[in-house]
Design a protein around this ligand. Structure first.
Ligand code: NAP
Length: 298
């Protein structure tokens, strides 16, 4: 068996075309372009690349992007001042603070301060709470990207057993909530999975993953998921992005798994492009929300 490649770049391109049309309609109707404000603190090269990719993607779909660069030695208070001014700026639709922040900054304090209506990363406790109650406002970008790629390749997750390895607040935990939810904006095939959320203290991990119809790796360990850990015909989604001496690689041992899985995402070109794309969708949604609030409050 050779697995079908789940092409994240092509899927992202398709979704971005759709977003571009919706952004143009919004801009025509309101006279305002959606605006994404990105905050980049310090000189971390990976963070700079991520922010540049986000700026480029914004441009492609007609979203204006602002970049606020701050030096690595900035205080939490200075960053709070910036986030407060972005919260109060009616032109700004969405705010993203690129992580990780330098050690001296209280990251939680900064993230909690972002106006939940502009929280396009969906990290604010209000947005996490809404998601956990099954009535999300913004969907977290990477988990939403995973759902989208499965949906676009017509892979139903309903009634399937899913093993997610990794329980981070950004990927594993919200993805488990979305895949196991009772309903989804993408339809009945994109929810109702039975999810096992695995982590570093999970005993007999391979026994669990071998039973799964869908295996998602979000670990941060290169090639952690081997062919022996996956049953024949399973769908494998690799969220991991690891910089190694041989270049970028995922959390999945891709080559051997290509001959075991029915479908597999590559790294690069898998979930990564979808994460950026879902951020664009959230920015448009934030702009719409603010336009509606403006109309409602006169
Ligand atoms: P994280 O916060 O470091 O969480 C890693 C998770 O993996 C933790 O839950 C940890 O368990 C678990 N884990 C670590 N070693 C394990 C082991 N030996 N066995 C089982 N579980 C183990 O990472 P993250 O932020 O979720 O990111 C995970 C990966 O995805 C990274 O490579 C990151 O770069 C990538 N990523 C990609 C995208 C994208 O757009 N494609 C977006 C975000 C992240 P414990 O909780 O027990 O410690």
């Amino acid at each position: 068996m050779t697995a079908t490649l789940l092409d994240g770049r092509a899927t992202a391109q398709q979704i971005q075309e759709e977003i571009k049309v919706k952004v143009a309609a919004f801009t025509d109707a309101t006279g305002n372009q959606p605006v994404l404000a990105a905050v980049l603190v310090g000189e971390d090269p990976a963070s700079a690349v991520y922010v540049r990719n986000k700026e480029r993607a914004c441009k492609k779909v007609g979203i204006e992007s602002q970049l606020h660069r701050l030096s690595a030695d900035i205080s939490t208070e200075k960053l709070i001042d910036l986030v407060t001014s972005l919260n109060n700026d009616p032109r700004v639709s969405g705010i993203l603070v690129q992580l990780p922040l330098p050690k001296q900054i209280d990251s939680q304090k900064v993230l909690d301060l972002i106006d939940p209506a502009k929280d396009v990363d969906a990290f604010h406790p209000t947005n996490v709470g809404l998601l956990s109650q099954g009535r999300p406002r913004f969907l977290p970008c990477t988990p939403h990207g995973v759902l989208q790629v499965l949906h676009r390749y017509e892979i139903s997750i309903s009634g399937k057993l899913t093993a997610i390895i990794g329980r981070s607040d950004i990927v594993g935990k919200p993805l488990a909530m979305l895949m196991g939810a009772k309903s989804s904006h993408l339809g009945a095939d994109s929810c109702n999975s039975t999810v096992t959320l695995c982590h570093s203290r999970t005993p007999n991990l391979a026994e669990i993953t071998r039973q799964a119809d869908i295996v998602v790796a979000a670990i941060g360990v290169p090639k952690f998921v081997t062919a022996e850990m996956v049953k024949e015909g399973a769908v494998v989604v690799d969220v991991g992005i690891n910089r190694t001496e041989d270049g970028l690689c995922g959390d999945v041992d891709f080559e051997p798994l290509r001959h075991v899985a029915s479908h597999i995402t590559p790294v690069p070109g898998g979930v990564g492009p979808l994460t950026v794309t879902m951020l664009l969708e959230n920015t448009l949604m934030a702009a719409r929300l603010q336009a509606e609030t403006k109309v409602a409050t006169g």
